[in-house]
Design a protein around this ligand. Structure first.
Ligand code: URA
Length: 429
């Protein structure tokens, strides 16, 4: 078989067979498929789509491009994954909170994708943290800390590792089939008993409408359950950043404030909602109360500290994170030019402003700057007087901050107070 044969089928609108997709996923993993061919394949799937059978076949082929893990642990193996948003560092709160509730969380996460942030890029802001440990170390940290957040590797879901990086820079993220196969190949390879998916909908999400989010949710729930993993979805709002901070070190800081300082708000609320959902699927009762208690009594923070140290980070991160996390040399406020309510926020534009500051990649080889981003971003409905800040910019250089200011102003609309939708929109199971 040749990569171009599979790509040509997509171009002609024909359905690649399960065998074609298996060959292509294996080729992504072992290098027989080039980046250019990966990009053409991704664009073909974006433009032509796959059948339901094709979506399931691609997911399983990508799962089987590497090793599928199994576990022998004294608790259920559970996890959460989101379809991607901005200011969303829920995984950093939820993984250790689930571990403190008795679940084991082998969380295989991603890097920034398009305008959205990536959990692994956030963890790279912690000095020494290894997001690509070998499998024995990954297993050891899961067993000892109860959670380990790492990336797809040469051993686990390697086809996604390649295709994810290609999609990030080729405008080929927005595809129900590719998102489903990318997320579930990693999750199914991790050998989970239970999974909750956070399907984002709104201006900062890949799915901008409820109908698109529903279709993706249905596809993922059906695919994962068919593959033997108990899975449900919460569709949640991404009409504005989840937390008021966007950027890698800034989002670790936001998660640490929830884990160690009792900060509440949408990040805390979403962590509790997703945690309760997956603990119920994993057979652990009273999930909501348990997650709240694990955050309040510091046991989630303690698990986070064990995970960070187990993966090479500082032993005192939880006690000393403020002095350990790096900070930007230029920090400046953006004052509102007029008074009014925050009427609309373009989450994608804010995410792209962070990418332009150096917090994400424009080509595969770009190095991420962990310190850049935005903090104290206003929320929908906030009432501002002229001159009050709409956000703070964290930049490496003054000229960057000036460009980011224009982008942030264009992304935030002042006007009438909008209706505020619920954070959790729908549940799909
Ligand atoms: N997260 C992933 O892992 N893959 C996607 O395609 C989108 C979000």
């Amino acid at each position: 078989m040749q990569a171009s044969t599979v790509i040509a089928k997509l171009r002609r609108g024909e359905n690649p067979s399960a065998e074609d997709l298996r060959w292509f996923a294996a080729g992504l993993a072992d290098g027989r498929v080039s980046d250019a061919q990966g990009g053409a394949f991704a664009m073909g799937v974006c433009l032509r789509g796959l059948t339901d059978e094709g979506r399931v076949a691609l997911t399983l082929a990508m799962r089987d491009s590497g090793h599928v893990m199994d576990w022998d642990l004294p608790g259920p193996v559970a996890d959460k994954h989101s379809t991607g948003g901005v200011g969303d560092c829920t995984s950093l709160v939820l993984a250790p909170a689930l571990a403190a509730c008795g679940a084991y969380v082998p969380m295989i996460s991603g890097r920034g994708l398009g305008h959205t942030g990536g959990t692994l890029d956030k963890l790279d802001a912690i000095p020494g943290y290894a997001t690509n440990p070998d499998e024995p170390r990954f297993r050891k940290v899961v067993a000892d800390a109860g959670c380990a957040i790492v990336g797809a590797s040469a051993e686990i879901a390697p086809a996604d590792r390649r295709l994810y990086a290609i999609r990030d820079v080729t405008a080929t993220v927005q595809s129900e089939e590719l998102i489903c196969a990318s997320i579930l190949s990693k999750k199914l390879a991790a050998g989970l008993d239970a999974l909750v998916l956070d399907v984002k909908v709104g201006s900062g999400a890949f799915m901008k409408t409820l109908d698109d989010a529903r279709a993706l949710s249905r596809a993922m729930v059906d695919t994962a359950n068919q593959a033997g993993c108990r899975t449900s979805v919460l569709m949640t709002g991404m009409d504005q950043p989840l937390a008021a901070s966007l950027g890698n070190a800034l989002e670790v800081d936001a998660a640490m404030r929830v884990l160690t300082e009792g900060e509440t708000g949408p990040l805390y609320d979403l962590s509790v909602a997703l945690g309760a959902e997956v603990l119920a699927s994993a057979g652990i009762a009273d999930g909501e109360a348990k997650i709240r208690a694990a955050i309040a009594d510091g046991s989630a923070a303690e698990r986070f500290g064990r995970m960070v140290h187990g993966l090479g980070g500082p032993h005192d991160f939880v006690e000393d994170w403020r002095s350990i996390l790096p900070e930007a040399p230029v920090i400046r406020e953006i004052p509102a030019l007029e008074a009014g309510h925050i009427a609309a926020i373009d989450g994608e534009a804010l995410g792209l402003a962070v990418v332009a500051l150096g917090g994400g990649r424009q080509v595969e080889t770009d190095k991420i700057d962990p310190v850049v981003g935005l903090s104290e971003v206003v929320r929908l409905g906030d009432k501002l007087e002229k001159g009050q800040p709409i956000a703070r910019i964290h930049a490496a250089r003054m000229e960057q901050a000036e460009e980011a200011e224009q982008a942030v102003r264009a992304a935030i609309t002042l006007g009438e107070a909008p209706a505020l939708p619920d954070l959790v929109r729908e549940r799909v199971a």
